[in-house]
Design a protein around this ligand. Structure first.
Ligand SMILES: Nc1ncnc2c1ncn2[C@@H]1O[C@H](COP(=O)(O)OP(=O)(O)OP(=O)(O)O)[C@@H](O)[C@H]1O
Ligand SMILES: [Mg+2]
Length: 237
């Protein structure tokens, strides 16, 4: 078996004195779309922040692409090929859609440039008529698409995506799902934090269920789908 692209082991993270992640461990294989599932406040966003170095873990070890990145700063982790779309989406409100995309343009860690503006517009047709629109005037769904597209312009090897479906209308949620399926078919590795299990079921290949800051399940998405007890205990509202 090949080693995972990313593996975290025993991760503990606190906000000040308040510890919210406890001995979090899971891994993701190259080409997988891993869903991080859990109820409101379970620790999904904090897990992504810790992997990205935005909120460094106080304990534990994260190995990415064969290297221990636990102590790295976010910029260094990004340069190594990890793209991160945080929950607040962070578009440059006063720049146009195309300017936002160009701000994100950089070669991948291996020097490749798989993503170009043409490929972005091909993957996100919704952005085409919005090229010259100022990003601050976009809807929430359009901003989510832009934020994802801008991150892809950085040619990541691993994409961390925080609740892309949150607060969006069903039609745009479906469009985002379609984009994520395309990315999976292209072989990109994705860690997707989501409260919405149904959104993940036909997107993700594997899943981690988080409860009270720790991973209580890791397995295939089929194993999760068939485990009514687990779903009821940790994921039903
Ligand atoms: N900035 C912060 N300061 C202190 N505590 C925080 C902060 N952000 C989150 N928390 C706490 O950490 C815990 C985990 O929060 P986190 O945002 O990681 O959960 P989540 O699984 O992403 O939830 P949601 O589905 O609502 O996005 C929660 O108890 C939350 O109240
Ligand atoms: Mg969250």
């Amino acid at each position: 078996m090949s080693s995972p692209l990313l593996a975290t082991n025993g991760m503990c993270t606190s906000y000040g004195l308040s510890q919210v992640l406890f001995d979090m461990s899971f891994d993701v294989s190259e080409g997988d779309t891993l869903a991080l599932l859990g109820r409101n406040g379970a620790g999904k966003s904090t897990t992504l922040k810790s992997l990205m170095g935005v909120l460094p873990a106080t304990r534990g070890r994260t190995v990415y692409n064969g290297t221990d990145i636990s102590k790295w700063r976010p910029e260094r982790i990004a340069r190594a090929g990890v793209g991160y779309v945080p929950e607040d989406r962070q578009v440059f409100a006063e720049l146009t859609v195309e300017e936002n995309l160009l701000m994100g343009e950089k070669r991948g860690a291996d020097g490749n440039q798989r993503w170009t503006l043409d490929r972005i517009y091909d993957t996100f047709p919704l952005l085409v008529p919005l090229k010259t629109r100022v990003a601050g005037l976009l809807s929430g769904g359009e901003q989510q698409m832009l934020s994802l597209a801008r991150t892809l312009m950085g040619n990541p090897k691993l994409l961390l995506l925080d609740e892309p479906s949150e607060g969006l209308a069903p039609l745009i949620v479906q469009q985002i799902g379609d984009v994520l399926k395309k990315l999976r078919q292209d072989g990109l590795t994705v860690i997707l934090a989501e409260q919405n299990m149904r959104f993940c079921l036909d997107l993700a290949t594997s899943a981690v269920v988080i409860d009270h800051g720790t991973a209580v399940f890791q397995g295939s998405i089929e194993a999760l789908r068939n485990d009514e007890h687990l779903i009821k205990k940790y994921l039903s509202v």
